[in-house]
Every structure is written in structure tokens, then in C-alpha cells.
Ligand binder design. Structure first.
Ligand SMILES: NC(=O)c1ccc[n+]([C@@H]2O[C@H](COP(=O)([O-])OP(=O)(O)OC[C@H]3O[C@@H](n4cnc5c(N)ncnc54)[C@H](OP(=O)(O)O)[C@@H]3O)[C@@H](O)[C@H]2O)c1
Length: 230
């Protein structure tokens, strides 16, 4: 095989329309990767990427993506799409909002991993990245943060268990599963007071993913490499 026919490493990113997902798509493309940029609407700022329509809240949309990508090897799956939901605390907690957040932030990464499992097994790197949040850490999430985002915190805590359980189940297939915290990032979700630029966060996350191996599977790290307690 010549270099011109060698398969480029491939990353699939959900929620690539804006924010961190768009920047991850951009830097992977700039690094020569094939990028499968998924979004429920239009995808912007992704450089050279293959674009796919994906609403992670809809299991049928996830299944359709899996079918559309049959036979396509995927090296890295980044489950990035997420919503914040209500932030008003216990008094404004509302059942439908809570369940909507759980569906997007916790359930969808599991369905995505299952739908794309054959693709990951065909890949060389075999890595699933769940973009989590320190806000979902039982040990650290409330240390310096008293936001009343019950749904979001619970969804990211559930996502962290999904990471640990998937790491256990997929170890035999040589697939590593990571929870990564991007920092408090200047995006629509993070807001203008956030302290980390999208560029720094995405670069830090990519560096961690680049060096990840099976020994790192089932771990939780921040974009700057710091290990986060569950
Ligand atoms: N920003 C922070 O400070 C921070 C801190 C900790 C963790 N995180 C995590 O980092 C990740 C990226 O967040 P961000 O700051 O970039 O957020 P963002 O700017 O709000 O972007 C969220 C992305 O998720 C997509 N999305 C939401 N619901 C979706 C659905 N049902 N189907 C498909 N895509 C959907 C959005 O697509 P649309 O354009 O279609 O809405 C958008 O592309 C998330 O997992 C978030 O929880 C962020």
C-alpha cells in the first residue's frame, strides 16, 4: 500500500455544529484526519469534513447514522453533543427537562457506541471519548461550583458510569473508553465568563486522546491532563 492509498485516521464527532465540537472537527481535519462531523442542523467551521445529520436525542437518527456508515472504520468516536437543561435548582426542576438532558447527555453516548461498535473494531486506535464535566464528579463537582443544574450534573455522573461500564465491556475488543472534562470553556454553554478558550480546550483534549491507550481506559481527566476523582 502506498501512502496515497493508506486510510487516513478517522474521527466521528457529535455536536459539531458549534462550540467545542466544531473546534475539535477543525483541529482534527487540520491534522490530516478524516472527520465525520455530525450535527442536527448545519455544520460550520469544520474545515474539510464529511457531514452527517444526527440528532442524538432520537435513537432512530443514531441507528440511521450507524447504517449510513456501515463498513467505515472509525478510530476515535467523540460523544460531544450535550445540553445544559434547567439551572434554577430544586425549585425549578421539571421532569421532562430532566429526562431530555439525560437522553442527550447520558443515554445517547451509549447508543452511539453500540451503533458504531463494528466501525470502532475496524479502526486502529479504537477509542471512545465521552465529553463529560467535572460538574458530574461526585467527589469534586460541588467543591467550587454551586450552580443549580441538577439535570446536567446527574446526566454527567451517569455518563461517567457509562464510561466505566463500557471500558469493562469493551476491553476484550481493545477499545478504550475515556471521560474527559474540557474545562470551563468559552462557548454558548460555558458563557463569556468562562476561563478556557475553545482552542486551548480542544488542543488539550486532542493531546490526551492522541496518547490514550488501553491502560487509560475507564479514566477521567481534564483537558490539561489532571486526573479528576469520580
Ligand atoms: N463549555 C463548558 O464550559 C463545558 C464544561 C464542561 C463540559 N462541557 C461539555 O463539553 C461538550 C461541548 O459543550 P460546548 O460548550 O461546546 O456546548 P455548546 O456550545 O452548547 O454546543 C453544544 C453542541 O451540542 C449539540 N447538541 C445538543 N443537543 C443535540 C442533539 N440532540 N443532537 C445533536 N447535537 C446536539 C449542539 O448542536 P445545535 O447547534 O444543533 O444545538 C452543539 O453542537 C458538552 O458535552 C458539554 O457538556 C462544556
Amino acid at each position: 500500500m502506498t501512502s496515497s492509498t493508506a486510510r487516513r485516521p478517522t474521527v466521528l464527532i457529535s455536536g459539531a455544529s458549534r462550540g467545542l465540537g466544531a473546534e475539535l472537527a477543525r483541529i482534527y481535519a487540520a491534522d490530516g484526519w478524516r472527520v465525520l462531523a455530525c450535527a442536527r442542523g448545519s455544520v460550520s467551521r469544520t474545515g474539510e469534513a464529511d457531514r452527517f445529520q444526527l440528532d442524538v436525542a432520537d435513537p432512530a437518527s443514531i441507528e440511521a447514522l450507524g447504517k449510513a456508515l456501515a463498513g467505515v472504520a472509525i478510530d476515535v468516536l467523540i460523544n460531544n453533543a450535550a445540553v445544559r437543561g434547567d439551572t434554577g435548582g430544586l425549585s425549578t426542576l421539571e421532569a421532562d427537562d430532566f429526562l431530555d438532558v439525560m437522553r442527550v447527555n447520558a443515554l445517547a453516548p451509549l447508543l452511539m457506541t453500540r451503533a458504531l461498535l463494528a466501525n470502532l473494531k475496524d479502526g486502529k486506535r479504537r477509542i471512545v471519548v465521552n465529553i463529560s464535566s467535572r460538574a458530574g464528579s461526585l467527589a469534586e463537582g460541588t467543591l467550587d461550583d454551586d450552580d443549580g443544574d441538577y439535570a446536567y450534573r446527574c446526566s454527567k455522573a451517569a455518563l461517567n458510569m457509562a464510561t466505566v461500564k463500557l471500558a469493562q465491556d469493551l476491553k476484550g475488543d481493545g477499545i478504550s473508553v475515556l471521560s474527559l472534562h474540557p474545562g470551563w470553556v468559552k462557548t454558548d454553554m460555558g458563557g463569556s465568563d468562562a476561563v478556557v478558550s475553545v482552542a486551548d480546550s480542544a488542543a488539550g483534549l486532542k493531546a490526551i486522546i492522541d496518547r490514550a491507550d488501553l491502560a487509560a481506559s475507564g479514566s477521567f481527566h481534564a483537558y490539561d491532563g489532571r486526573r479528576i476523582s469520580w
